[in-house]
Write a protein that binds this ligand. Structure first.
Ligand code: RIB
Length: 294
């Protein structure tokens, strides 16, 4: 039997509270929206689900509160085939993300709650899980000290690392050094490059540019991998879908360029439904989609 690659995600698990509105309220204004929905979310959980739907063996390291949202989110992850043995209940509320979707674009406020318990000590207690993985994905919705610890463990054990630097913050050079691929969007890329030597990020940057696709540097030249054209309903989680697809592509042995193309297809399909995870495709759906475009 074919051995599935093991992808470990260290990251956030949020309940997304989504309001659809034709207009975003200004300060002091009250408006009627069109629709409200609660969806499983969080960049960590989204990336884990994206990779699991594509057929990888995925384990998530994270924390939830001992509340209804926490229970529902863990049950959901289990149904999606994500290994939740390392998702632990803590004495804080489960993280929420209040998301306003207007004309396909979104704005998000995250209250981290239980995500703040993904500390260096917590991650250290999961050392073996990370060390025995093929690839690690981290983002920045959990404390930086925990992210740094996860990356350190991965590097010590030769595990490939993808950092999705969202939401962006100042990052120490030590962290960047230990990372194989960094996947900012254009805004995050700008901040990431500030006060940093150009060569620190050399060959690691994969910039997601929405409908433009992604850009990367190959043999010193910038290369654009164009996005697939599709009717967009909701872009929430498109970046997470790309990262999940990229991770699966890399662990399957695709070249970086091919893995980015694969990630682009996963991201495109993810935008066709409302909710971060709702539209995330299976491997078969991605294959059919790519074939239909050839
Ligand atoms: O990347 C999308 C995610 O960002 C949402 O699911 C929300 O939880 C926020 O963390």
């Amino acid at each position: 039997m074919e051995q599935k690659p093991t992808i470990t995600v260290v990251g956030s698990i949020n309940m997304d509270l989504v309001t659809i509105t034709s207009q975003v309220p200004k300060v002091g204004e009250t408006l009627f929206g069109q629709h409200f929905q609660m969806n499983p979310g969080g960049k960590g959980a989204n990336q884990a689900v994206a990779a699991a739907r594509l057929g990888a063996h995925v384990q998530l390291i994270g924390c939830v509160g001992q509340d209804r949202f926490g229970t529902d989110l863990v049950e959901h992850l289990q149904k999606e085939g994500v290994n939740v043995a390392n998702v632990e209940p803590v004495t804080e509320i489960t993280a929420t993300a209040t998301i306003i979707v207007s004309h396909g674009d979104n704005s998000i406020i995250v209250v981290p709650g239980a995500n703040n318990y993904v500390t260096a000590a917590f991650v250290e207690s999961k050392r073996e899980v990370i060390a025995n993985s093929d690839l690690l994905i981290v983002q920045l919705e959990t404390p930086l000290e925990g992210v740094m610890k996860a990356v350190e463990i991965a590097k010590e054990n030769g595990v490939t690392v993808i950092l999705n630097p969202a939401p962006i913050q100042d990052l120490p050079s030590e962290l960047i050094r230990n990372i194989d691929y960094v996947t900012p969007n254009e805004h995050e890329q700008m901040l990431l490059k500030q006060n940093r030597e150009e060569d620190e990020l050399y060959g690691k940057l994969i910039v997601t540019k929405g409908s433009q696709g992604v850009s990367l540097t190959e043999e010193g030249k910038e290369l654009i991998i164009p996005a697939y054209k599709i009717d967009v309903v909701d872009t929430t989680g498109a970046g997470d879908s790309f990262n999940g697809g990229l991770a699966v592509g890399l662990t399957k042995g695709l070249s970086l360029r091919e893995a980015c193309e694969y990630g682009n297809a996963v991201a495109a399909l993810s935008t066709t439904k409302l909710g971060a995870q709702t539209g995330m495709p299976t491997a078969e759906e991605v294959e059919a989609f790519i074939n239909s475009k050839e």
